[in-house]
Design a protein around this ligand. Structure first.
Ligand SMILES: [Fe+2]
Ligand SMILES: [Fe+2]
Length: 151
């Protein structure tokens, strides 16, 4: 597996979220580095822990934004479910690592491709039209908050 390099292809046209996705990709690359190094078992767990916490924060922010831009409820529910599944996968990776399971590297590769990358490219990009519509109609006072400034 090669390192994941951020490109425009990943952009959901929301700078706040794009920055979080960049950071996620950076943590994933660090994690992959640590997995390749047999001396780095502490770093592996630290990086996985960081991935878990950052993913949790990102999902919370993203779900809040989807709610704000009035992403349809049925789509939002599916998206939240996908986030829950990703979180579960992180727990599973953590379990495998704890057990010293040799499939971890292979499973990490499929996790990155099938869950994180595919999720950004397919599910995250799907809310883009709603962000565009929101931008055209957003209430002025929301602009003043840091959280929404880059929406
Ligand atoms: Fe995302
Ligand atoms: Fe998402």
């Amino acid at each position: 597996m090669a390192y994941i390099i951020w490109s425009e292809m990943f952009s959901v046209r929301v700078p706040y979220i794009d920055n979080q996705h960049r950071k996620l990709i950076q943590i994933i690359n660090n994690f992959y580095d640590a997995l390749k190094d047999p001396e780095a078992s502490m770093t592996i767990f630290q990086t996985l822990n960081e991935l878990f916490h950052y993913t949790e924060l990102h999902f919370k922010d993203e779900e809040e934004i989807m709610h704000l831009i009035q992403y349809p409820a049925s789509k939002l529910e599916k998206h939240k479910l996908a986030h829950e599944n990703i979180t579960e996968q992180i727990f599973k990776l953590n379990d495998q690592l704890n057990r010293g399971d040799e499939r971890t590297l292979y499973n990490l590769e499929s996790f990155l491709n099938n869950w994180i990358i595919k999720h950004i490219l397919e599910m995250d990009k799907a809310y883009q039209p709603y962000t565009t519509r929101y931008r055209a109609n957003r209430p002025r006072q929301i602009m003043e908050s840091d959280f929404y400034r880059n929406l």
